[in-house]
Design a protein around this ligand. Sequence first.
Ligand SMILES: [Zn+2]
Length: 205
Amino acid sequence: MPRLVCFRCGDAQLEQPQAYVYLLGIYLGDGYLVPFPRDVWHLRIFQDERYPGLIAECDQAIRAVSHRRVGHVKKIGCVQISCYWKHWIHVFPQQGPGPKWLRPIRMAAWQQTLIETYPAELLKGLIHSDGTRFVNPITRRFAGRVVRYSYPRYMFSNASDDIRSLFIESCERLAVRWTQTNARNVAVSRSADVAFLDTFIGPKF
Ligand SMILES: [Zn+2]
């Protein structure tokens, strides 16, 4: 008898809830569940090939949640990180027809409890999928001299109102000030908040 390893329908415990919440953020931002025969689901996540650290973190999170083998396939400019498992549909019940931004994305009660407990991990997963940390160059004239400096900002970009709301709610749980910069972008720009996010997110690596 194979050991049941699903923390939703089986007898396994969710041993690393932070890893689950991080993976949930990645999945919501840019993950896909593709159906296969015999009720198997294929989780597919794409990361830029320039960020081996992000690829490794994603790989570890998938293993922590599923205890399954993780595949890496090089594509043009990116790496597909993937895993076959019957239980992805239990741990990511947001799966449905069509893209996520065309349908409501609601958290199950058990997911809501987890994301309220680990808001930093959700923010990290969302930024590691649909987010960026970039440096704004600024040129100012000061006392007759041209002064150039730069400051980093975080930006989260997603077409789903519900997924952007999850990002915003997680910012608010951590007392991080956010601004909506256009219909699909939310920015964190205040230097103290950027410094705080840098303690657990930082530049992509
Ligand atoms: Zn299950």
